[in-house]
Design a protein around this ligand. Structure first.
Ligand code: F6R
Length: 626
């Protein structure tokens, strides 16, 4: 949820850190800070660490650093999304040891931080923040200098001190530390929180996400849990928990840096919405064998194992959970097995009925979400097969699942998921088709036909993007000043509505609720007074007439109705004040297309209301805390 960056080499460290932090800002943006080594001046003296921190976005830190000199060539930086402690300067990273010689930046959560803090305070350490991270700075300090009274031997070596500190910590960490006594050295550790390191022509780099170091190198090492790295201007040494040297695998990054730039769009959210035709196509590439059968290489489960599945749970959070609601309709329709969809945060604390023939499908764009990971672990302990759907190759969700389908959304920068969501639905649709095929409920001919229609949604999304922007704009004008909005639909339309409401509220801060349209008369209809916006998914489907009846109830109460309808449906204009069209599409695939105008609507309302659509307040791109 936060971003880490570090650099040691021959360039100006503050420039490298700021440009990396800007790339990482989507992960958290309530404060940012750096620790820069200041070399001894001509008059002698020791190297020291210069800590600069600011509440707010990286731009504030950048202007603060603009007034400082450029001499430093080694430093670490961080952009934060507050967990332990409010977003204040004192709580911003880097955090330092008592004497300020050691500084750390950290992602993750230290579960035993209260005990460690009490223990360290009892030995005289003074804490300057409310964060869990700060215990790392003090633990490393003790391990560096030694504390014979507490049985802590002195290592006098930053890498060894970091390794020793990690043995005391329960929880998750991606960590980078510097020490004024070891100029040019950055010590890095990882457990359950991503860290990548790489060598460039002008030095060594570390970050929590490859996007921050891709300008410097395309060959990176994604650290595994329990691996450590020691960066110097000359190179990188890797070691394990015992300090033994290791040779980690190098990953070549082949995606384009354009992904991290807006490419002429006013914001990443719009850019990513517009990339969705490509996401559909890429997610489907190579999935159909020459004989017309579905072929998913990364499946990890044999067809025999899949055939034994008699119940599916989809577990996920937020937008990914909504992708699960869509999948339920498809899995039950095509494979004829019961499918339940559950918020991972609930699933992990229940005692769900799981047997070896249960398939748990964990959906997570980031592949890091703490609740989803915990639910995966729990499900596996209980004997379920776990299948991951994620956008991040090698992410914890991918690694801890028996099988995986990778969505091909590529890096998503805007905090609100759009293209990842479409990638998830397409992947879940593939899984539903596969289950239908394996269980003999769908013939090869049916699978082939459905697969072709699934592919057609790419062009259908493009049609929406090309022709419906004006209609979306009109609808946004109708919503922007409303105190609240109601999204309704039935069947697939209900699932689409839930995501539409989430998107609107998270980016525009306009309160929105979604209801299955048939439920409205049981309560929510009381909200409707003249002018109240009701956004209805009224596309061509077996329940179209039912939705229209529900809309009549809203019309009778003066609602301002915005209908999402199928191209050619002119009748809907009799009750709808605004109509946005999608091309005719099979109901099973309607979520892929109908979600797009709702994403555009949310963004348009947010822009009209002056919101930062890419970085909505209080949110973070990956939620690695419970
Ligand atoms: C909303 C959004 C979030 C995420 C949720 C789960 O636009 O992006 O609701 O869907 O935090 O994240 P992942 O998919 O990374 O597990």
């Amino acid at each position: 949820m936060c971003g880490i960056v570090g650099y040691t080499g021959s360039d100006t460290a503050k420039d490298v850190l700021i440009s990396g932090l800007k790339r990482l800002e989507y992960r958290g943006y309530d404060s940012a800070g750096v620790a820069l080594e200041r070399a001894a001046g001509p008059g002698g003296g020791a190297t020291c660490l210069d800590i600069v921190r600011r509440v707010g976005k990286v731009a504030g830190l950048e202007s603060e650093l603009a007034h400082r000199d450029d001499a430093s060539t080694c430093g670490i930086g961080h952009t934060r999304w507050a967990t332990h402690g409010r977003p204040t300067t004192a709580n911003a990273h880097p955090h330092t040891s008592c004497d300020g010689r050691i500084a750390v930046v950290h992602n993750g959560i230290i579960e035993n931080f209260a005990e460690l803090r009490a223990e360290l305070e009892s030995r005289g350490h003074r804490f300057a923040s409310e964060t869990d991270t700060e215990v790392f700075a003090h633990l490393i300090e003790e391990a560096y200098d030694g504390r014979p009274d507490a049985g802590v031997p002195a290592t006098g070596d930053l890498m060894a001190a970091v390794r020793a500190a990690c043995t005391r910590v329960v929880g998750a960490y991606g960590l980078a530390a510097v020490c004024a006594d070891e100029p040019g050295v950055i010590a890095v550790a990882r457990k359950d929180s991503p860290i990548v390191v790489g060598r460039g022509e002008r030095g060594s780099y570390v970050a929590s996400d490859v996007i921050a170091l891709i300008d410097a190198t395309r060959d990176v090492v994604v650290l595994e849990d329990g691996q450590f790295a020691r960066l110097t201007p000359e190179g990188i040494e890797f070691s394990d928990e015992q300090g033994r040297p290791i040779e980690p695998d190098v990953t070549h990054i082949d995606w384009d840096i354009d992904l991290a730039e807006k490419g002429g769009y006013p914001d990443f959210m719009l850019k990513e919405i517009c990339e969705q035709p490509r996401v559909v196509r890429d997610t489907l590439v190579g999935r159909l064998s020459p004989t017309g059968e579905l072929d998913i290489d990364e499946l990890g489960l044999s067809f025999e194992e899949l055939d034994l599945i008699d119940r599916v749970y989809v577990i996920a959070c937020g937008t990914s959970y909504h992708a699960g609601l869509i999948a339920k309709n498809l899995i039950e329709a095509w494979a004829r097995i019961p499918c339940e969809v559950e918020a991972a945060s609930e699933f992990r604390y229940r005692n769900p009925i799981i047997t070896p023939s249960t398939l748990v499908v964990a959906v997570s764009q980031s592949g890091e979400t703490a609740d989803t990971l915990a639910a995966i672990r729990d499900a596996r302990i209980k004997g379920a097969k776990v299948f991951g759907i994620t956008n991040v190759v090698g992410s914890p969700v991918a690694r801890e699942s028996d099988g995986v389908i990778y969505t091909k959304a590529n890096k998503e920068i805007a905090v609100a998921s759009t293209k990842s969501f479409i990638g998830q639905i397409v992947s879940l649709t593939l899984l539903a088709l596969l289950l239908g095929q394996v269980k003999g409920k769908l013939t090869v001919g049916q699978v082939r036909m459905l697969f072709r229609e699934l592919g057609d949604t790419a062009a259908q999304i493009q049609w929406i993007l090309d022709t419906q922007r004006e209609a979306v704009h009109e609808a946004a004008l109708a919503c922007k000043d409303a105190p609240s909005a109601l999204f309704v639909g039935r069947g697939m339309g209900a699932a689409i509505s839930y995501e539409g409401a989430l998107k609107l509220k998270e980016v525009s801060y306009l309160h929105a609720e979604a209801y299955a349209a048939g439920e409205m008369k049981h309560g929510p209809i009381a909200l409707i007074d003249p002018g109240f916006p009701v956004i209805a998914v009224a596309t061509d489907s077996p329940v179209y007439d039912k939705v229209v009846s529900n809309l009549k109830e809203c019309e009778a109460r003066g609602a301002n109705i915005i209908a999402l309808a199928t191209e050619g449906d002119e009748d809907i204009r009799r009750i709808a004040d605004h109509v946005i069209y999608i091309p005719p599409v099979r109901d099973a695939f309607c979520a892929i297309t109908a979600s797009v105008p709702l994403q555009l609507l949310a963004r348009e309302v947010a822009v009209m209301r002056g919101c930062d659509v890419d970085q909505p307040r209080n949110l973070a791109k990956s939620v690695t805390v419970e």
